[in-house]
Design a protein around this ligand. Structure first.
Ligand SMILES: NC(=O)c1ccc[n+]([C@@H]2O[C@H](COP(=O)([O-])OP(=O)(O)OC[C@H]3O[C@@H](n4cnc5c(N)ncnc54)[C@H](O)[C@@H]3O)[C@@H](O)[C@H]2O)c1
Length: 474
């Protein structure tokens, strides 16, 4: 499928010059929160800081870019898209499939969260769609492969909530050490039970972090600020933050830590990573926290470990089976051991809320909307979940009549030869190409191009049989 001709219409010769967008400057007026009720945004990344002074390419008259935002996408994301001059249609909820198909036919950009299913049936109708923003972590609600085959890039925000998870875990470490959950439950039942036995300070204790990625490393810094020693285990050799120390085996970590916390991805290697054998290797009276994925801990083994008092307390935020919606669904039908788990003392059970904060939602809005703008205006696919990652440095105002060509095509032999033949009459200032499975993406900046040549280049590239989508940005 080729792109619509209107991608290259609007400009007259004299208008083939870049307009300067200050959208990132506006959206970049970030601030750190000083109170839980004030608005918080992520600070601008170095890329954003660079863009504050960069001249932005526009694919065509910005009024023509139509954006459909569903599922109450955060205000931060809406603002960034509106500041670009895009026409933004916003809905608080998802849409029934037939209505979605009607709406999606017209738009170039769609923003969703986890409820909207973008199946091949829906995407087949989305003839103008060039990019999907998942304003959330997961992307399994989108048929990624089909989207790529149609030249539709997909972006998400996998790490915007890392800090939220790290803070939850720090809170849980203290809550477990002081048995706060049990004392609070007793008070709710009218029982005053002032005890110090089995309650500890966390200062001077050792935290063992399994998986020292985005969340694990944030947690490392927080834990040291509380006076804890930190050891971590990771399959990759990673530079320690502060005075944390990497250990060479899982057993070393388990036997050395007072608190063990898991921050690994779900994979065949991490399935039941903590089972009866690993619990046996832990210190007597230690604590286990899992806010990663439900498959990582063998929960019946944990229940045994707690009954035998080997484990003094645990906090679980994730489970092998989780309900699809809110309600009284966390029962033994869902997970057979549910009743046994609920009866344990000093166990904190939370409904997968590790990343669920206002700040994380706000940061997701900024990250995904920025990725959408970068893709629409400049063709960059950095961090796309279904496209090869391609990026070129921005064009500048002192490069008049330069044009950026973006060409998504099937990954078959001979395509680059055909492309180079078409671009060969121009000076190709820079060019990058990469492939991912059956789809490849080429981006090239060419100089001294007039409007008629733009049209000819676009038409010639569209004529290549392996072409999926051509866009010309000026
Ligand atoms: N509870 C929540 O709401 C919530 C929110 C966000 C993320 N998460 C989950 O937290 C986990 C960690 O997220 P992240 O953003 O820090 O991920 P990340 O990719 O940044 O870090 C994961 C780390 O685990 C390491 N790792 C992978 N396999 C390992 C193994 N077998 N043994 C030891 N280390 C291993 C990796 O090398 C990496 O350093 C993920 O499972 C994610 O789904 C949960």
């Amino acid at each position: 499928m080729g792109s619509e001709a209107r991608d290259i219409v609007a400009p007259k010769l004299e208008t083939i010059s870049r307009t300067v967008s200050n959208s990132f400057t506006k959206a970049g007026s970030f601030s750190y929160s000083i109170s839980p009720t004030s608005t918080f945004h992520s600070p601008p990344s170095s890329l954003e800081a660079f863009r504050q002074s960069a001249k932005q390419l526009k694919p065509f008259d910005t009024k023509d870019i139509k954006v459909l935002l569903l599922e109450n996408v955060n205000q931060t994301g809406r603002d960034i898209l509106k500041e670009q001059g895009y026409q933004v249609e916003f809905y608080k909820s998802s849409l029934p499939e037939d209505e979605l198909i009607e709406k999606i036919r017209d738009v170039h950009v769609v923003g969703i969260r986890s409820k909207t299913k973008l199946t091949s049936r829906v995407l087949r109708e989305a003839k103008n769609l060039i990019v999907i923003g998942c304003f959330c972590i997961g992307t399994n609600q989108v048929d990624l492969k089909y989207a790529a085959s149609q030249g539709i890039a997909v972006f998400n925000s996998p790490f915007s909530n890392s800090r939220s998870v790290a803070e939850l875990v720090i809170g849980e470490i203290i809550a477990l050490a002081r048995q706060i959950g049990d004392r609070s439950n007793e008070m709710h039942a009218g029982t005053w039970n002032k005890v110090s036995s089995g309650s500890w300070e966390i200062r001077g204790k050792t935290l063992g972090i399994i998986g020292y990625g985005h969340i694990g490393s944030q947690l490392s810094v927080l834990a040291e600020a509380f006076g804890m020693s930190v050891i971590y285990y990771d399959v990759v050799n990673l530079m320690a933050l502060g005075t944390a120390k990497q250990v060479s085996s899982l057993e070393d970590l388990l036997s050395g830590a007072d608190f063990v916390t898991l921050h690994v991805p779900e994979s065949p290697e991490t399935k039941n990573m903590i089972g009866a054998k690993e619990i046996e290797q832990m210190k007597n009276g230690s604590y286990l926290i899992n806010a990663s994925r439900g498959s990582v801990v063998d929960i019946p083994a944990l229940i045994e470990g707690m009954r035998s008092r080997k484990i003094a307390g645990a906090a679980l935020d994730v489970y092998p089976n989780e309900p699809a919606g809110n309600g009284d669904y966390f029962n033994s039908e869902l997970n057979t051991w549910g009743d046994d788990l609920r009866k344990l003392k000093n166990i904190i059970l939370t409904p997968h809320i590790g990343g669920s904060t206002e700040e994380a939602q706000s940061a997701i809005g900024v990250e995904v909307a920025s990725a959408l703008v970068r893709y629409v205006n400049e063709g960059a696919t950095l961090a796309s979940v279904n496209m090869p990652e391609v990026n070129l440095r921005s064009l500048t105002m002192d490069e008049p009549n330069h044009v950026r060509v973006t060409f998504i095509h099937r990954n078959v032999p001979g395509v680059l030869r055909s492309v180079n033949k078409i671009l060969g009459d121009h000076n190709v200032d820079k060019q990058m190409t990469d492939s991912r499975g059956e789809v490849a993406y080429l981006m090239a900046d060419i100089s001294d191009v007039n409007q008629n040549e733009i049209k000819a280049i676009w038409a010639d590239l569209e004529g290549i049989s392996a072409c999926i989508r051509t866009r010309v940005l000026y």
